[in-house]
Design a protein around this ligand. Structure first.
Ligand code: FNR
Length: 180
């Protein structure tokens, strides 16, 4: 049976390096596994009053259904001010509401990211750790992928063109696929 990884990028930018990294991962996933790319674009800002009045927004229900059906999750995170971008954290916070908390528990989760700087999202990746621990997710720590100097490795549309980076990504995805 085909295994499914839910892939989420934390950037809304058209030519995002992180969304491009996720697309590249989806292209090179081994046989028997697929990466389903989810979208955080339509997730509203978390508002407890909205949740009380209307329940979970449709975009969150879609993401939760994808999460529930997935054998693992790949978070592709940008780094803003040495931390997790607010839009990404906001989406995961919504996804933890209602039935979502149970869906995260025990779910294998891997984190990668790309940035134009020299540290390749090292800090934001680290900032996901207490979040994933709180969600009781099963964080995959064996592999590590920080794509630095992204401006040299992606084309103008955010496609990962650098051969060495594609090889490192393939090895990461292969390793993660083996544990889900
Ligand atoms: C950034 N950027 C950034 N990069 C980094 O490596 N460390 C950082 O702390 C920050 N801080 C930061 C703050 C804010 C508010 C912005 C908008 C950007 C640069 C960031 O990595 C760059 O914009 C990437 O291109 C964002 O990822 P996407 O959109 O290409 O996926």
């Amino acid at each position: 049976m085909t295994k499914t990884i839910l892939g989420l990028s934390g950037s809304l930018r058209r030519a995002s390096f992180n969304t491009g990294l996720l697309r590249a991962a989806a292209e090179m996933v081994p046989d028997g596994t697929k990466i389903e790319i989810g979208s955080i674009r339509d997730v509203p800002l978390y508002d407890g009053d909205l949740e009380k009045a209307s329940g979970l927004p449709p975009a969150v229900e879609t993401l939760q259904a994808q999460l529930n059906a997935a054998d693992g999750v790949l978070l592709v995170t940008p780094e803003y001010n040495n931390g997790i971008p607010g839009v990404f954290k906001n989406a995961i916070d919504w996804m933890s509401r209602g039935p979502g908390l149970q869906m995260w528990a025990g779910k294998p989760v891997a984190v990668i990211g790309a940035s134009p700087g020299g540290f390749g999202t090292m800090m934001s990746q680290a900032h996901w750790l207490p979040v994933l621990r709180t969600l009781k997710a099963n964080f995959w720590a064996e592999g590590r992928l920080m794509v630095s100097r992204a401006g040299d490795l992606f084309d103008g549309d955010g496609n990962l063109t650098d051969t060495g980076s594609r090889e490192r990504l393939a090895a990461f995805i292969d390793g993660f696929t083996k544990v889900i």
